[in-house]
Design a protein around this ligand. Sequence first.
Ligand code: SAM
Ligand code: DTB
Ligand code: SF4
Length: 344
Amino acid sequence: MSSHPVTFHPAAAAAAIPVIVADAWSVEDIAALFDLPFNDLLFRAQQVHRENFDPTEVELATLLSIKTGGCSEDCGYCPQSAHHEAGVTAQKILPLESVLDAARQAKESGATRFCMGAAWREPKDRDLEHVEEMVRGVKALGLETCATLGMLGEGQAEKLKDAGLDYYNHNLDTAPEFYNNIISTREYQDRIDTLGRVRGAGIKVCCGGIVGLGESRLQRAGLIAQLANLDPYPESVPVNNLVQVEGTPLHGIDQIDPFEFVRTIAVARITMPKARVRLSAGRRQMGEAIQALCFLAGANSIFYGDKLLTTGNPEVEQDQALLTKLGLRPLGKKVDAHCDGSDK
Ligand code: SAM
Ligand code: DTB
Ligand code: SF4
């Protein structure tokens, strides 16, 4: 039973669109959103999106792997885990200048956020010093900074904050009750603790998850409930569609129905109205029509650049063409006379 009732607004009753009157979201309330007819769900999500954002605006965030492969964690989806044979060779941390070159290029292409990812269980203090330098350098270029380095220990978030880090990405990934099917080397609570450290240091939280891991719809609702009930909920919510990589334990499992992915985006939008919901990994496999539905469902951020961490992402030119076709414009860019892609 839901601890918070889902009521039905009289005007919406015919379409059975629930109006949630609770402060905290129960899994049942969220499952009820997932169960709505597709068009009703998207309509609700569009309303919430338009109440909180300019619906033509999309944030472009570029990702760079600053330390690739050889990770001691055993995340079942991840090609960078040393537990799997996914053909990713472990590398050393990138030199500062390579990171800054990539950040300059990202800025030139129109990105406003630069996210640095490392395949660590947690950063050693010596590694963190390198990352602090990178954050300072990227910030000085006028980009928003984000890092994802695994679990943070005592005092590490404060160091990153002092260096100018705007966002820390650390995902809950899936529902607590499904988590142990996917990762055995760290606990759900470890992730919550890291998020607490990030918040405590005054860094904005980027936290989301992956769908298509073999979880049920109820478990997807469970993930969204965890995210939406974080107090406050994350400023950025990346929703990843599993990129299946050969050699990882999840390679070859049944893929999630694309409409179910769109539903997940819509439910994230409704439950976290002011968050930037990022249509994250998996766009290359998704096609343009499903991406367009994701934007309609309230996604207003993408990873932008030819590569994610180790896998592919749509080419920059392809993304620019898609945004133009849909009349979407990158965050921070002035409105053009013809933003519908027409040349009239
Ligand atoms: N090692 C750090 C950590 O796990 O916290 C940071 C990097 S890790 C690659 C960041 C996130 O990428 C994961 O939490 C997961 O949500 C996502 N990810 C990793 N592999 C993926 C895949 N094959 N498909 C979709 N998302 C993936
Ligand atoms: C997030 O939620 N997704 C990004 C970022 N945060 C670090 C990572 C996606 C990784 C996809 C698999 C790869 O390229 O290795
Ligand atoms: Fe390591 Fe992060 Fe990959 Fe897990 S998701 S194996 S922690 S790099």
